[in-house]
Design a binder for this molecule. Structure first.
Ligand SMILES: O=C(O)c1cccc(C(=O)CC[C@H]2O[C@@H](n3cnc4c(=O)[nH]cnc43)[C@H](O)[C@@H]2O)c1
Length: 251
């Protein structure tokens, strides 16, 4: 099984890499980015390519699409680990809606939703889908969400993709009013999911909560705790992914 893991920044990528066997890391250049290829410490057939794709949905979509296209064209890979990816995972830290997703906890998306992709109207925010365009939600395979949540202990719910980190109680309340199932927000999931969908590859989004969604208090972000939670989750992930049949797209 070939898995592409897209984080935003290098510290998140390194937190994911810490769950894998360090001696297995090899680097591959793709247009605009570098892939780190690692293997689970317990062995097994899975290959994980880690990508620091950049902050925000546009950077995330561009780098993820480049990696997916390079794999599909199979230009650089050696024979053992060549060909298209079976799964893309958007991973990193995120803000947690309180009290459901406390700092340090894990959130796994059963729905990846672009929360601010739309138009403001006199009647309020209208998503692009209601204007007749595109998509605002991608849904990971239910069976895979169940399996990964079971091994990682992650809470499952909607993870919102935002272009602006929420900084007030009023904005947090507005997002929850529009998305009552939201457990977390971050800035890349929807971009990663759009790229995956264009390639017909299933997607997951896994977030370790570094801060509450709400009034801005950057000094209170617990980034180290969240990165440690991310490492722990990826340490448990490989067996669950390997036992999942990527061709089983049934919900
Ligand atoms: O402090 C700032 O001004 C600031 C502005 C933009 C981005 C950041 C980050 O550090 C974000 C890095 C990364 O983390 C995710 N993240 C973490 N917490 C949140 C949140 O509450 N809302 C949205 N995204 C969050 C995000 O995916 C970024 O890529 C800091």
């Amino acid at each position: 099984m070939r898995v592409l893991v897209a984080t935003a920044v290098l510290v998140e990528r390194d937190a994911v890499a810490a769950a894998f066997a360090p001696s297995t890391a090899r680097e591959y250049a793709i247009p605009g980015a570098t892939l780190s290829r690692v293997a689970p410490p317990q062995g097994g057939p899975a290959v994980f390519d880690l990508l620091a794709a950049g902050v925000g949905p546009a950077a995330a979509a561009a780098a993820t699409a480049a990696a997916l296209t390079a794999a599909a064209l199979d230009e650089q890979s050696d024979e053992q680990s060549s060909g298209p990816y079976d799964l893309v995972v958007s991973a990193g830290i995120g803000g947690g809606f309180q009290p459901e997703a406390p700092v340090g906890s894990l959130v796994l998306a059963d729905e990846i939703t672009a929360a601010d992709l739309g138009a403001e109207t006199p009647a309020g925010f209208v998503p692009v889908t209601e204007l007749g365009f595109g998509a605002v939600t991608h849904r990971p395979p239910e069976s895979l969400v169940r399996a990964v949540a079971a091994v990682t202990g992650a809470r499952t719910g909607a993870v919102l993709t935002v272009n602006t980190v929420t900084g007030s109680a009023a904005r947090a309340a507005e997002l929850r009013r529009r998305h009552p199932r939201a457990l977390a927000e971050a800035m890349e999931g929807f971009g990663v999911a759009e790229a995956a969908a264009a390639h017909g590859v299933p997607v997951l989004e896994l977030r370790a909560v570094s801060n509450p969604v709400g009034p801005r208090d950057r000094a209170a972000w617990r980034i180290g705790d969240a990165l440690a939670a991310l490492t722990g989750a990826f340490g448990k992930l490989a067996p669950a992914l390997e036992s999942w049949n990527p061709h089983d797209r049934t919900q």
